[in-house]
Design a protein around this ligand. Structure first.
Ligand code: KDG
Ligand code: MG
Length: 413
């Protein structure tokens, strides 16, 4: 048996997704997620124009060899476009291998290490009361961990906060179409003021601890907006509120920035959603500068690469916190859940449910129950794409917003 077809499917059920479909000569189909938020067509072209023909005729069982062929072969290594494309091939091949074996993928990764996967939700609100309502709503659904993002006095729309009203679920990681829903021609711009943010946030965590007690796991995403010294002071200021993690406090490309943050605080640190290779983590892991690996399976070369990365992290006592926003398709999410269930050093899993249209296109078998996710027992990844449903949603260009400081400078993020 060998790979007979490799087809790229772009669909936009509310937001854009890129999917790779690999079909073997005896008709087994595997699915892979290649979605790169705001740059989707670049990966679709990399896969369709450069990778697909390289796959035809290859033995679908040779997953490691195919990974190395696609990573080392082309000379140009790493980068989000390349690694999302490799990830999609890798996921699809694992999907096929597990389907052929008749088992859910996690069984091929060593079997379950736990009965369920603790998930965290995105709670947000423009002001404290709206945020508190959102936290309560998620607790009622069974969540024991929430990421909290809130408005900053004096600023308009800020990252991670639902613009649509108090306590409303925030389910759309930014990548915006035009206001009327048609294709965007340029990103929107938001304004940002780090000093205002740093002054405001510690009081928010204090109130959450007063109102919700010590049992709630509180996470927060700095979204790469602090300088190293700002992040160090912030991590120190919020130490009393014992966050589960502070995510992306500094821009991801400067690994040594986190040395400064570590020197000043014991607030646990998570980083990596914009990383795409184990080498992005080399200093962070070997110097124990982080506590959680935030990579997405979709952006870090797939299951093969993520398993190695997480095993490397495990040696240093570092846990997983796999990226799972709505710009990861249900296929990428399923890949994360199979890994989460199997690895020993699982930390927590981000979970933003997809909208109804997305779930019409991607038929999933993973479950959420009382705060815990499970990938299900269907052979393979457990997600199938309905090609007719996908064809009904045409690609619609969308951009992540650009941030400017109040003096007009484009910000680091
Ligand atoms: O594409 C950008 C999103 O994936 C990002 O905004 C999500 O920061 C994010 C998170 O923590 O989920
Ligand atoms: Mg984040």
């Amino acid at each position: 048996m060998s790979i007979e077809r490799a087809d790229v499917i772009v669909t936009s059920p509310g937001r854009n997704f890129v999917t790779l479909k690999i079909t073997t000569s005896d008709g087994v189909v595997g699915w892979g997620d290649a979605t790169l938020n705001g740059r989707e067509l670049a990966v679709a072209s990399y896969l369709g124009d450069h990778v697909a023909s390289m796959l035809i005729g290859r033995d679908e069982d040779r997953i490691e060899d195919t990974w190395q062929y696609l990573y080392r072969g082309p000379y140009w290594r790493r980068g989000p476009v390349t690694m999302a494309a490799i990830a999609a091939v890798d996921m699809a091949l694992w999907d096929i291998k597990a389907k052929k074996a008749g088992v859910p993928l996690y069984q091929l990764l060593g079997g379950a290490s736990r009965s369920g996967i603790r998930a965290y939700a995105h709670a947000s609100g423009t002001d404290y009361q709206a945020l508190a309502n959102a936290i309560t709503g998620y607790q009622e659904l069974g969540f024991t961990a929430v990421r909290v993002q809130t408005g900053v006095p004096g600023l308009g729309q800020v990252y991670g906060v639902s613009a649509s009203g108090p306590g409303v679920r925030y389910d759309y990681e930014p990548a915006k179409r035009a206001a009327d829903g048609s294709a965007a021609t340029a990103p929107t711009e938001e304004s940002w003021d780090t000093a205002g943010y740093l002054a405001h946030m510690p009081g928010v965590f204090e109130r959450i601890r007063e109102d919700f007690g010590t049992g709630l796991r509180i996470l927060h995403d700095g979204h790469h907006r602090m300088s190293p010294i700002e992040a160090a002071r912030f991590a120190k200021d919020i130490e009393p509120y014992k966050l589960f993690w502070l995510e992306d406090c500094t821009p991801g490309e400067d690994q040594t920035a986190l040395r400064l943050v570590r020197q000043h605080s014991t607030t646990p640190l998570a980083i990596g959603e914009v990383f795409n290779s184990v080498y992005d983590y080399q200093t962070l892991i070997t110097e124990r500068l982080i506590d959680y690996v935030r990579s997405a399976v979709t952006h870090t070369g797939g299951i093969t690469a993520m398993k190695k990365l997480l095993d490397f992290a495990a040696i240093y006592g570092i846990r997983s916190g796999i990226h799972g926003p709505t710009d990861i398709s249900p296929i990428g999410m399923a890949a994360a859940l199979h890994l989460d269930l199997a690895i020993h050093n699982f930390g927590i899993q981000e979970y933003m449910p997809h909208n109804e249209q997305t779930l019409e296109v991607f038929q999933t078998s993973f479950t959420f129950d009382d705060g815990f996710l499970h990938p299900g027992e269907q052979p393979g990844l457990g997600v199938e794409l309905d090609e007719d449903a996908a064809a009904a949603f045409e690609y619609t260009k969308a951009y992540l917003p650009v941030n400017r400081l109040t003096d007009g400078t484009v910000h680091d993020w």
